[in-house]
Design a protein around this ligand. Structure first.
Ligand SMILES: *Cc1c(COP(=O)(O)O)cnc(C)c1O
Length: 379
């Protein structure tokens, strides 16, 4: 059966050129980057080349990039690291209710360690209210962490303004931009970003490699003890091959940015149009305009998304639900709850996320399948 993959927000396949770029570093150039001999220096050089690529594609300096094991680690290192290093200035952090668990659970841990966290509400489209943000700021606020774009509903926040508010108040601004990298052109200076998380497997690099940008001059503490790798901020022998892969992937995706972006927007808007023309009720979640180019999240009333996913899977379609199935009961996700979706809609939400290999024919197949399945399972 042909597999049709519409879950690029969950992960992406590794592109062939990325694999090719990585291969020498497994068996030929396998030196430890900390070793003095030339085999080690080759690895070190490859890491520094990748660092330059990551930096130049987000308007940062190479020395502001730290390689990590994943997006989750980058979020942990940024938020905990900045919180610990600025503890003497204050203990208050502001984030939102629709963050990824990598941010939400990091904040929960910090709360248990004496930090105070404000979780901002979002409106029905998923935007935080900038006035509410300003109102929440206190003299002891040290960090604002707001995601660039939401992984479930695709909403892109007003990052420039949020960064401006943070800086006006002398607060550090971190953004989980894992979904935004490759999908949005980012310049950390233009967007007033002090710290930003990257994960390779969301843009055609392998799983298990991430990066963190932290603006030069901002202090943050390491959260893992060990060797002095990554300027003493991230202990552990560098994953040379995957670092090279991450560098290659970010370079590649931004090189073809216009083409890739237009393609995703066209597929997304075509899909949205076809679903809204269909013979069943649907509700598009998130904002129509300010949304990730490849994201379409619809709710269908009186449908169990888990059941829908199984029937789609029988047709070779991979997509995702906005609810986690726990003990047979599906509970709407924290994001769908935060945007205030009525329960009859929230349980039947389907996230489709397009990627560079999807075609219009794939979308036609998806639409036809939904038109077939949805009326039969609607209660
Ligand atoms: C995928 C994702 C993460 C986690 O990245 P991993 O590399 O899988 O740990 C964090 N934040 C967002 C918004 C994501 O989509």
């Amino acid at each position: 059966m042909k597999i049709r993959y519409f879950d690029h927000a969950a992960t992406t396949p590794v592109s062939s050129s990325v694999i090719e770029a990585m291969l020498p570093y497994f068996q030929i150039e396998y030196g430890n980057a900390s070793s003095m001999y030339s085999l080690g220096r080759t690895s070190k050089k490859a890491i520094e080349e990748a660092r330059k690529k990551v930096a130049s594609n987000i308007g940062a300096l190479p020395k502001e990039i730290y390689f990590t094991s994943c997006g989750s680690e980058s979020d942990n290192l940024a938020i905990k690291g900045i919180a610990y290093a600025n503890r003497q200035k204050g203990n208050h952090i502001i984030t939102s209710k629709i963050e990824h668990p990598a941010v939400l659970n990091t904040c929960k841990t910090l709360e248990s360690q004496g930090f105070e966290v404000t979780y901002l509400n979002v409106d029905e489209k998923g935007f935080i209210d900038l006035e509410e943000l300003v109102d929440c700021i206190k003299p002891q606020t040290i960090l604002i962490s707001i995601m660039f774009a939401n992984n479930e509903i695709g909403t892109i926040q007003n990052i420039k303004e949020i960064g401006m508010i943070a800086h006006k108040n002398n607060i550090i601004f971190h953004t989980d931009s894992v979904q935004a990298i490759g999908n949005i052109k980012i310049d950390v200076n233009e967007y007033n970003i002090d710290s930003l998380s990257i994960s390779g497997h969301k843009f055609y690099a392998p799983k298990g490699i991430g990066a963190l940008y932290v603006r030069d001059g901002i202090s943050f503490e390491k959260i893992q003890d060990g060797g002095h790798q990554e300027k003493n901020k991230r202990a552990g022998t560098e994953n040379v091959a995957e670092i090279v892969g991450l560098g290659k992937a970010i370079e590649e995706i931004y090189k073809e940015y216009e083409k890739y972006n237009n393609k995703l927007i066209n597929l997304r808007d075509y899909y949205i149009e076809q679903i809204e023309k269909s013979n069943f009720t649907s509700k598009l979640n998130g904002d129509r305009k300010n949304r990730l180019p490849g994201n379409a999240n619809f709710s269908f009333p009186r449908i169990n998304a888990q059941e829908l996913l199984l029937l789609l899977d029988e047709k070779g379609i991979c997509a995702s639900a906005g609810s986690a199935c726990s003990t047979g009961n599906s509970e709407p996700s924290h994001v769908l709850t935060a945007i205030g979706l009525p329960k009859e809609f929230a349980n039947g939400s389907l996230r489709v996320s397009f990627g560079k290999d999807n075609t219009k024919e794939d979308v036609d197949f998806l639409v036809k399948s939904l038109q077939e399945i949805i009326p039969t399972i609607q209660k």
